[in-house]
Design a protein around this ligand. Sequence first.
Ligand code: EPU
Length: 417
Amino acid sequence: MDKLLITGGRPLAGEVRVSGAKNAALPIMCAALLTGKPLVLDNVPRLMDVRTMAKLLALMGVEVGNQENGRLQLQAARVANPEAGYELVKTMRASVLVLGPLLARCGRARVSLPGGCAIGARPVDQHVKGLQAMGAEFSVVQGYMNASAKRLRGARIAMDMVTVTGTENLMMAATLAEGDTVLENSAREPEVVDLANCLKAMGARVEGAGTDVIRIEGVPSLSGATYRVMPDRIETGTYLAAVAAAGGKVRLTHAAPDILGATLEKLHETGARISTGTDSIEIEMGARPKSVSLSTAPYPGFATDMQAQFMALDCVARGTASMTETIFENRFMHAQELQRLGADISIQGNTAVVTGVERLQGAKVMATDLRASASLVVAGLVAQGETLIDRIYHLDRGYEALEHKLSGLGAKIARVR
Ligand code: EPU
């Protein structure tokens, strides 16, 4: 199995191109199920999760083109098999995003329950409750949700908590429902807005995406579209955190600085110098970072998907920081691995207290989930000596060409067996 070998202690310098957003590409790919016409997507990142989603859709009967230069064409002329099996769903929870579109298009769906996950329990009750409010009937048989509805009806749905894929699932389902749907307490994440924009390009009537109330007027059918996936704000933030930790000067291109408010604010606090253009961000760090405390929150708050990378940064910063994780109950798995590199972290409940040390020492560590792996890469870039990260398939799920991009910035990093 592939591992990543990093020899740390060098500053980063140069330019790096940000990829399309994984968490926008995945729901947008599912939107292809809503129409028989072709959906042509640009800026689709080359990632394992994208390949998994393509495989899942292909098994349903969707024609999936070859991914070339970021372009991917999907056409669901007929959805022969509205089913998402356990084998794929267990490897990628975002598979549950097919549920709403399948119900809306086919009137039935059989989707495996995702089960547990390294970062927490992650139930899908809000997805189910919302679809039930729209008239769907659910039963659970042998680990699968069997859902059916003649035609979904618009409804007023107040979600009990802010859920990103929950909002996306219900928004997609509502586009083809009869009548109007109002989604209250919707997630305001930019990826929700990107999906809404794609749906609108397909002829859907959606208003309010990006606020906590989204209104959808159902239409009888949707058309195809050509749509460009937004830049990945978490990938962007990961490179920025790496530079703030390791030092250097890097320019990120094809980025979206406007949606990185909370991350950029925290990076300013570390002492990094940041300047932004319309689609570029430049960061310069010449000294040891100052530690930053934070608490994760739904957008526009500080993203839970950036917490691990900032913990790595705090491990080498001046001072003590407290980091509170409010979204997932078990998202500190990276702390123990960071401790193997010499980090000083203590965890009390959902808060980690991190006291920066002057130096981390390279060691063998293990990736446990996608963003945890990213934090080990950030730490490895700073640590003295060699860091060997095992189980990097987690990284391949969500970071396009990570080692090439980092090598391009002068890092000593290689994929080894
Ligand atoms: N929740 C429920 N019931 C539900 C849905 C969610 O209790 O029906 C809870 C979850 O257990 C969690 C909280 O609500 O405690 C928020 O979860 P959310 O549903 O927002 O997470 P998600 O939609 O499953 C997406 C991203 C995650 C990201 C979270 C939070 C995608 C494909 N995934 O997950 O991304 O961490 O939102 O922002 O969009 C990643 O990219 O590494 C990743 C994990």
